[in-house]
Design a protein around this ligand. Structure first.
Ligand code: F6P
Length: 394
């Protein structure tokens, strides 16, 4: 190790996503310039306790990783460090684990610990802070479901992957006049499905936040058939609830107390085939959305998060989490950030725009959304007024 005046720990926890290495590199490079040194713990929080596993990080061994997917430190999303901090749903960390973490921090002489994680991992960081462990959080998740940050890195890369899949499905769907169903991740939110659905020109987008029914999905497809478009692309979020109620989960069951979502794409494809007697195919994009290089946006955001997190540690602003408030990166209390899930609003401008262009969310027969109806009424009353004025002027 060098002779830096401060030493900072860093770890990546929970499901991986593109941009984790960019955060690590951003933190290490800025720490080096601020005369601090960095230690990276392996396998998430597990690296902090028996057996403590870490590596010294420097600008040499973190060079060239800005565009590399995954995490050079490894990650775990189950095991001993499972916590929740919500008022109704609090799960306490084992006090012996907390003591072990404190010992590691003391023995390595760490000024602070940067924890990069999603809501579950940040709940652990929040409990660390309550127990006096000097911690700073960095939000990551492809699901984009943390309300304290406008975007988490990883999301844009996941959307890019799903949009690329849509583009590819488009050409083959059109050639064979098929209905293609793409299932994307996102847990109990529809951010990935919504963005990729808009960017990939979906006809139907099914998300957890908007209840839908089979008849209306079928109607949209038939409406397209009527205008000669005998193919349709449907994006369905893994967490979309079925019209009959309930989620589709994978047989592997739950992980860390959370159900494993997955399989709704097959249910949608099967049902549409039965109802419409049309050829349907399904693609479950799965972990392709989490692998590979980050997009430019995610690289830039993740790098800024890394640099900002180091500054927070050096300023001893513990218990804070970096957050994106465009165009700036700011910080918020970790406590305020966890367990406040951000969900797609059915009245958001993205949903409204998509409906206006004819995308169906399966909740109204095509052309019958209240929004569209009021827009049409407004336009026709404007036409009438224009005609009256024109008549008066002639
Ligand atoms: O939270 C990220 C995420 O990829 C979700 O979108 C998905 O439901 C889950 O993790 C998958 O987890 P695992 O990698 O454990 O299967």
């Amino acid at each position: 190790m060098g002779t830096g005046t401060a030493r900072i720990g860093i770890l990546t926890s929970g499901g991986d996503c593109p941009g984790l290495n960019a955060v690590i590199r951003g933190a290490v490079k800025s720490a080096a310039r601020l005369d601090a040194e960095m230690v990276g713990f392996r396998r998430g929080y597990e690296g902090l306790v028996d057996p403590v596993t870490y590596m010294a990080l420097d600008t040499t061994n973190t060079s060239g990783i800005i565009n590399r997917g995954g995490t050079i430190l490894g990650s775990t999303n189950k095991g001993r460090f499972a916590a929740r901090t919500g008022i109704d749903e609090r799960v306490e960390l084992d006090p012996q684990l907390i003591q072990a973490v404190k010992r590691t921090i003391d023995q390595l002489g760490l000024m602070g610990l940067i924890c990069i994680g999603g809501d579950g991992s940040l709940a652990v960081a929040a409990q660390f802070h309550e127990c006096g462990i000097p911690v700073v959080g960095v939000p990551k998740t492809i699901d984009n479901d943390l309300s304290a940050t406008a975007f988490s890195f990883g999301f844009d890369s996941a959307v890019a992957c799903a949009t690329d899949a849509m583009d590819r499905l488009h050409t083959t769907a059109e050639s064979h006049e098929r209905i293609m169903v793409l299932e994307v991740m996102g847990r109990h939110t529809g951010w990935i499905a919504l963005q990729a659905g808009i960017a990939g020109a979906a006809s139907v987008i099914l998300i957890p936040e908007i209840p839908w029914n089979w008849d209306n999905v079928c109607q949209k497809i038939l409406e397209r058939d009527n205008v000669g478009k005998r193919f349709s692309l449907i994006v369905v979020a893994e967490g979309a609830e079925l019209p009959s109620g309930g989620f589709v989960t994978t047989p592997a069951g739950s992980v860390g107390g959370q159900v494993r979502l997955g399989g709704i794409g097959h249910v949608v494809a099967r049902e549409l085939h039965e109802r419409l007697k049309r050829e349907t195919r399904v693609v479950v994009l799965g972990h392709l959305q989490r692998g590979g290089p980050p997009t430019n946006f995610d690289r830039a955001l993740a790098t800024q998060f890394g640099a900002h997190a180091v500054r927070l540690v050096l300023q001893r602003q513990f218990g804070q989490m970096v957050a994106y408030a465009p165009p700036d990166v700011k910080s918020v209390k970790i406590h305020d950030a966890v367990d406040k899930i951000s969900r797609v609003s059915p009245d958001s401008s993205a949903v409204v725009a998509a409906r206006t262009l004819g995308v169906s969310f399966g909740e109204y027969p095509p052309g019958e959304s209240p929004l569209l109806r009021s827009l049409m009424e407004e336009l026709s009353s404007r036409d009438t007024k224009d005609a009256e004025l024109a008549g008066a002027g002639s």
